[in-house]
Design a protein around this ligand. Structure first.
Ligand SMILES: [Zn+2]
Ligand SMILES: [Zn+2]
Length: 127
């Protein structure tokens, strides 16, 4: 069939840039975010004809959590406008900061969840 390969549709991820000196909204550590955009596209002869449902995301380097931005905020950040960074309204899509970890209820340190006692203060973690 002649038309195979001429039309294409799919979803693409595009890395836009890295944003440094941010506090992770998931684990609270100082981190950098990878700012990406995803969109669906339709192309003919490998030329994208249109794009739709563009979405903007941040992925934190510290724990790999995923956050979604509103389209307006994403577009401003993509233009290099960092003035909105302080008041970003991001939603956690995937919180990876707690996977495999427990927080000690006595000293607040992060402990592997296989431990029965906190290695920092000796508190019993499980009942
Ligand atoms: Zn984090
Ligand atoms: Zn502890």
């Amino acid at each position: 069939m002649f038309f195979i390969g001429i039309f294409g549709m799919g979803t693409k991820n595009k890395d836009i840039r890295i944003i440094n000196n941010m506090i992770c909204k998931s684990c609270g550590r100082m981190t950098s975010y990878k700012f990406i955009k995803t969109y669906n596209y339709f192309e003919i002869f490998f030329i994208p004809i249109f794009k739709w449902s563009e979405r903007y995301y941040l992925i934190s380097k510290c724990c790999g959590s995923l956050f979604e931005l509103s389209k307006e905020e994403g577009e401003q950040l993509a233009k290099g406008d960092d003035s909105i960074l302080d008041k970003l309204n991001i939603t956690i899509v995937e919180d990876n900061s707690r996977c495999g970890k427990l927080m000690c209820h006595n000293c607040g340190k992060e402990v592997d969840e296989s431990f029965e006692f906190c290695p920092y203060c000796g508190t019993r973690l499980k009942n």
